[in-house]
Structures are given as C-alpha cells and as structure tokens.
Design a binder for this molecule. Structure first.
Ligand code: 6CS
Ligand code: FE
Length: 307
C-alpha cells in the first residue's frame, strides 16, 4: 500500500485544547450550516445570518400564554428540587440559591414537549442537517441580586474535551422566560467567533464539572484571543421580551455578567446534537461526565409531537 494513503495509526485531534503550554487560535474545520433552506422554518436570510454571526435571535417566538405556562413549570421545578440534594441541581457560589437544574427534559413532560416543538426542533434539524437528539438540557435561573456570571467560553471546547463530542455539529437553543434586559445579566455573544477554535491551556481537573458549572476556570479563552474576537466582531447582548429565543452554534463564544438587579433572568437551554456526532472518549483522558450533563446513550432522534 502506498504509504501516504495508509490509514494513519491515529487520527490527530482536529481541535486540540488544554494540551499545549500556550493558547492558540485555530480555524473551524466544520460547516456551520449542515442542512439547507426550504427544509425547515428558517428562510435563506435567517440561515445566512446564523452562518455569518454564529447565532440567530428570534424575538417573541413564544407567546405570553406559553411563557406563563413554562414559567410556572420553572417555579415548580425549583420548588420541588431546591433542597433535594439532587446532583442535577447546581447552586450559586456564595448564596446557595438555585443556579441551574440540568436534564430538565427528564423532569418535565412540558419541557420535553417544548424541545420537540417544530419551531425549535425544526430549526435545529435544518441547521444540523438531519436527525438530532438532546445532548443536554438545563434551566439557568440567574436569580435577582445573586445570579453570578458565566464567564466567556465556547461550549464546544468543553463538550469536545470533557464529553468527547467529535465535531462542531451541535447548537444551543436558549428560551428566555423573563424579560432579558441590559440590567439583569443577559447572554452576551461575539458575532463571528464560531469560525475560530480558541485552544485553551491548563489540565482539566478531576470531576471538573463540580466546580465549572458554578464558576468555570478551565476551558476559558485567554485575554489576547478574546480581545481579538471582540475587536473583530463586537459583542451583542441577547435582550428581548420573555418568549424570545436565540439559537447559537456550539462554538460561538458567549458568557453573561452577574445579575445584581432585582429582576431574575431565567432561560431554558436545549442542546441539540446531530445523531452523526455522538460522543466519543473525552480528549482530556478523564472519565466521561455524568449522564445528566452529557447524554452518551444511543440517540433516539427527536420527533415533533404529532409525528
Ligand atoms: O459544561 C457544560 O456543559 C455547561 N457549561 C457552560 C458554561 N455552558 C454549557 C453547559 O451548560
Ligand atoms: Fe455555555
């Protein structure tokens, strides 16, 4: 066999991170849009904006009645789980207030139905080019006065290094259930940042999720690369009335400031992953993270309720 066509003994990691002594900015090697216009709810302009920015904001996608119903569900879940000691409940550093609840699709039929809603699932299937499943779901409550920040990060950097997600063929859908304003710690996104992979430094600690979900210190971009991304693309805040939705690529750099206003900033997140992109071994070499953070089971493609 010709040596230069031989199957390599190993397939080098296309997105190496937390392995080198210095950070690096690498090119994205994956498409942003895997599907096509005409195969879902997003028109050509919307797909083009998502491809260019790395996210797409859809104001008031859910109506007031839907928002009221899901808000009641969020209150029920927080009431039922706040003092439960359940591993899926993440407390805010300092105050102990509920910061997040993970795997909410296993705790709420109402939220499972939301994640299968054609307005959300259809857009995810269209962008990711086919069948998808839930890699992760969560509620970030970001309570008034005490909701702490989520420092800048690329979700894919963590999902690749700590969950073994092979390629950039996943996206998050964030549904706001409170008005998101400039005052209550809205999600901040850097347009265009999804086209670069910022390789981070530092060795992933054992059981990193037990700290990173409260305050992330590993897998965060260095100041110089972050400053470059912001200089090139700026920062856009996802603000809007409750019921607004933002879809963002798994590699779009994002974060949010602490909420010192009296108003909560509660968002539901669904992470859709292509069934062609199921999790392999974490590149950090540590054991995989728990099921409630990253679903490793053979995927069951999500279908809209009526199918
Ligand atoms: O590690 C994770 O999967 C979680 N961490 C952050 C900051 N965003 C994505 C996800 O919720
Ligand atoms: Fe994130």
């Amino acid at each position: 066999m010709n040596s230069n066509t031989a199957t390599p003994l190993y397939s080098p990691d296309p997105y190496p991170s937390r392995v080198a002594p210095r950070p690096a900015r690498l090119d994205r090697l994956d498409p942003v849009i895997w599907g096509a216009a005409g195969k879902g709810p997003l028109d050509k302009q919307a797909l083009a904006r998502y491809e260019r920015q790395g996210y797409l904001i859809m104001p008031a996608l859910l109506d007031a009645d839907e928002v009221a119903g899901f808000s009641a569900e969020l209150s029920r879940l927080r009431h039922d789980f706040a003092a439960s000691g359940d591993a899926r409940v993440i407390a805010e550093p300092g105050s102990g207030a509920v910061r997040s609840i993970f795997a909410v699709h296993e705790l709420s039929e109402r939220l499972t139905a939301l994640f299968r809603d054609p307005r959300l699932l259809g857009a995810a299937r269209q962008i990711l080019g086919g069948d998808v499943y839930l890699h992760q779901s969560r509620i970030n409550y970001k309570p008034g006065f005490r909701g702490k920040e989520f420092y800048w990060h690329s979700d894919f950097e963590t999902w690749h290094v700590e969950d073994g997600m092979p390629r950039m063929r996943a996206l998050s859908c964030s549904i706001s259930l409170t008005d998101n304003t400039e005052n209550n710690g809205p999600l901040l996104l850097i347009p265009g940042s999804h086209l670069s992979f910022i390789a981070c430094v530092g060795e992933t600690p054992q059981n990193h999720y037990q700290t990173s979900l409260r305050r992330q210190e590993y897998g965060v971009p260095d100041d110089l690369n972050l400053a470059d991304l912001v200089r090139e693309g700026g920062i856009e805040a996802f603000t809007g009335i409750a019921g607004s939705v933002v879809f963002f690529d798994c590699n779009t750099m994002h974060g949010s400031s602490s909420n010192i206003s009296p108003q909560p900033r509660s968002n539901i997140f669904a992470v859709y992953n292509s069934v062609e992109n199921t999790l392999g071994e974490p590149t950090c070499g540590l054991p995989p993270r728990p099921q409630f953070i990253a679903d490793r089971r053979p995927p069951t493609p999500l279908r809209p309720p009526q199918e």
